[in-house]
Design a protein around this ligand. Sequence first.
Ligand SMILES: Nc1ccn([C@@H]2O[C@H](COP(=O)(O)OP(=O)(O)OP(=O)(O)O)[C@@H](O)[C@H]2O)c(=O)n1
Ligand SMILES: C[C@](O)(CO)[C@H](O)COP(=O)(O)O
Length: 383
Amino acid sequence: MPNDARHIAALLVAAGRGTRAGGAIPKQYQSLGGVPLLARTVGVFCEHEKVASVTVVIGAEDGDLADAALPEGVARVVGGESRAGSVAAGLAALPEAATHVLIHDGARPLVSKALISQVILALEKADGAAPALAVTDALWRAEEARVTAVQPRDGLWRAQTPQGFALEAIRAAHDGFAGAAADDVEVALAAGIEVRLVPGEERNLKVTHPEDFDRAERILKEDQMDIRVGNGFDVHRFGPGDHVVLCGVTVPHGRGLQGHSDADVGMHAATDAIYGALAEGDIGQHFPPSDPQWKGAASEIFLKHSVDLAAERGLTIGNLDVTLICEWPKIGPQAAAMRAEMARIMGCDMGRVSVKATTSERLGFTGREEGIAAMATVVLVPA
Ligand SMILES: Nc1ccn([C@@H]2O[C@H](COP(=O)(O)OP(=O)(O)OP(=O)(O)O)[C@@H](O)[C@H]2O)c(=O)n1
Ligand SMILES: C[C@](O)(CO)[C@H](O)COP(=O)(O)O
């Protein structure tokens, strides 16, 4: 269920003929890693928690191919002769509740949930937002296979999709646009809509030529091999109190743990392990202790956030191993409840979560019962 007051509609244009890609059927219905290319594109948007509806624009003669490629619940509409015509048909068919639209090429199957999120975020600041990559190669003009001039590349960007807009603004822009447009940003600019740039992704290629299938398949294989390991470590000191919260479970104790949040040292170590695996910093970076809104916060919020970030990258929990280091309280009797609670928050099987404990033989700060330490190791695997 989208957690956004806006209704963000995804509009995937897939009515082209794919002549440059060749093949017996249009490229969007050809197999990419054993799945129709368009099914992959649609899947990414269907799984995005902020996308409220998905509409696909198909070719008039592609009904049977679309039946085989599209999941139930995805609306479809027949497109036009040009990409712009297909977008216009799609804009007219979006759900009434839609406030914003993400217009995306069906032929870009490797778009990531993280990129979609960036475009949605940028739409909070402007009526238009689109991903692009800076041009890094030198640019030339040429005629008849001879270089005739150098084209300065400063300020030049390679356009990608999804291109996001406030719905009424882009509808009006399309209504008032005459002629051919390469994409919807061109239509938006002609109507004076401000379009914010967000960093594009190399992997978000448009399958255009036959060799692009090989490129896309190589990226999919790399995704399958993307296994991440992270570790986390945390310490909280004891203070006054009558309980501690460890791995989400409240344990009666003669003292409490001090901290800005609920001081759940085990959950913090686990969360930092996940951020570490993602190279996404640590809890303090995402939830600054200086921010009063996190005072006394349940650490569940932090753990859930790190797992959501992993999911945006297509990763899920392979396994998590947490070690609590303390003399007291005794963890063994609570370990199963802690594993169950962590598994619930992370949305994974309890068999993937380990919580164990050790004393430090009365040595050091944990041995003197000044505080509790925790360490965690996580493995993230492709979802
Ligand atoms: N009349 C059209 C033309 C294009 N598209 C869609 O716009 C996207 C980008 O276009 P492009 O890659 O140029 O696709 P094709 O037009 O299918 O390719 P080609 O020019 O090689 O025929 C694709 O997802 C394509 O299906 C569309 O919905 N309707
Ligand atoms: C919209 C687009 O994907 C932006 O890069 C692109 O312009 C559409 O594809 P085409 O090959 O230009 O038709």
